[in-house]
Ligand binder design. Structure first.
Ligand SMILES: *Cc1c(COP(=O)(O)O)cnc(C)c1O
Length: 413
């Protein structure tokens, strides 16, 4: 097909994330990706400031990750995980358990972040059911939370400011607390008897508004969960694997979750894979009912290609000077974005680890801002009032400079 033909077909027939088919916004055809750059079909090159939605922490076309996929392909691309197992799954579980908070002992492989959240919620519900405490069937989440797009996950996303309010009437009703200690304490005090679990994104709330909160609040949430006998689910899908400057954001408050979700950067952006991890307490609790089995089992559970590339990605991360890289990016984002704060259209500038955010006072005109950014050689996908970046950790100083200058320019359009 000629590129003009397939562009036509694309616009007519293919849905994009959170998009209209009738009034489609521009989509840019990518031909290839290498290092931190995407190459468009028309030959233009852009620096990827999104790391493909937090995932591509090592950039693209990474020799070690390519080799892992190629090697695994020679053995098998996939086999079912019901009644079968394989070394990539076992090795990945071992590696994961060696780097997450040490009370995590059991691993469930899921096929996407949202599904890992569904599994985490099921674990919490089954835990209480097995003890005969079936009234503990609600969740408490934070305002501005985002935990995914499937129904269980949507029900713990912020019901008002979140992107799922069109489903509000059909979603189960859970509880939400303002993001501060007083409000959170009041909510858990009031509702603990019906709460199966608290679910939080630790330190960084991502798609619900790119907001940061303190490690004190994180610590306090853990304490209150213990006091009121409520499980704590920590959604590290966006924050995991170094993004906030710690390997996992839990470490900012030195807390132990009961259940933990990882995804996104797990495979370095190569394949879809996520995992739900839990403590022995949760696992044993689920099996307090002697016939208890965890009721989930995706078709592509523990896909060997995905597990192999995840192993390679984690090893590559751990063998790299990732802390120094993330710290250097953090400092450069601070230096580069801080000057935008003075502009009258800008409401706030915030940076944590390899995450840089300019919050505008008004919603961003995405089409206009994107086409400006592409002229500057930069790829970003703003949403709402937010112009933000979470670049691959391997981005060099010059490219980060180009990125922050383009963001400042965009904030002045
Ligand atoms: C992206 C994300 C999810 C959902 O992951 P998918 O792989 O898109 O289903 C869940 N929680 C958080 C915090 C996320 O950032």
């Amino acid at each position: 097909m000629q590129s003009s033909d397939w562009n036509m077909f694309e616009r007519e027939h293919i849905w994009h994330p959170y998009a209209s088919m009738q009034n489609p916004s521009a989509v840019y055809p990518v031909k290839s990706a290498s290092g931190v750059r995407l190459t468009f079909e028309d030959g233009r090159e852009v620096i990827d400031g999104m790391a493909s939605w937090w995932c591509a922490i090592h950039g693209y076309h990474v020799p070690e990750l390519n080799a892992a996929v190629e090697a695994q392909l020679k053995d098998m691309a996939h086999v079912m995980f019901g009644g079968l197992t394989h070394q990539p799954a076992v090795e990945l579980a071992q590696l994961l358990l060696s780097i997450v908070p040490n009370q995590m002992e059991k691993v469930f492989f899921a096929d996407s972040g949202s599904v890992s959240v569904e599994v985490a919620m099921k674990m919490a519900l089954q835990y209480w059911q097995a003890q005969g405490v079936s009234e503990k069937s609600k969740f408490l989440a934070l305002k501005h939370a985002y935990h995914g797009d499937t129904f269980g996950a949507m029900s713990v996303c912020d019901p008002i400011s979140g992107m799922h309010h069109v489903f509000a009437d059909v979603l189960p009703k859970h509880h939400f607390a303002d993001v501060n200690i007083e409000a959170f304490t009041a909510q858990i005090k009031e509702h603990h008897e019906e709460l199966a679990a608290i679910i939080i994104e630790p330190i960084v709330q991502g798609a619900g508004g790119m907001r940061f909160y303190s490690s004190e609040l994180l610590k306090e949430i853990r304490k209150l969960c213990d006091v009121y006998d409520v499980l704590l689910i920590v959604d590290e899908i966006a924050t995991g694997f170094g993004r906030t400057g710690k390997l996992f954001a839990c470490e900012h408050g030195d807390i132990q979750p009961d259940i933990m979700c990882v995804g996104k950067a797990l495979t370095g952006g190569y394949m879809t894979l996520a995992a739900t991890l839990c403590s022995n307490k949760v696992c044993n609790g689920i099996h307090a009912d002697k016939h208890g089995v965890l009721m989930h089992g995706p078709t592509f559970m523990a896909n060997p290609l995905a597990c192999s590339v995840a192993i390679a990605s984690i090893r590559l991360l751990l063998d790299s000077p990732w802390q120094q890289r993330v710290q250097a990016i953090e400092q450069q984002l601070l230096d580069g974005l801080e000057p935008c704060r003075n502009h009258q259209a800008v409401a706030d500038v915030r940076v944590l680890g390899a995450i840089g955010v300019i919050e505008m006072k008004e919603p961003v005109d995405v089409q206009k801002v994107q086409s400006y950014l592409i002229e500057q050689g930069v790829w970003l996908r703003p949403f709402g009032k937010l112009l933000y970046t979470m670049p691959p950790f391997v981005m060099n100083r010059d490219d980060v400079s180009t990125l922050t200058s383009a963001m400042c320019g965009a904030s002045r359009l």
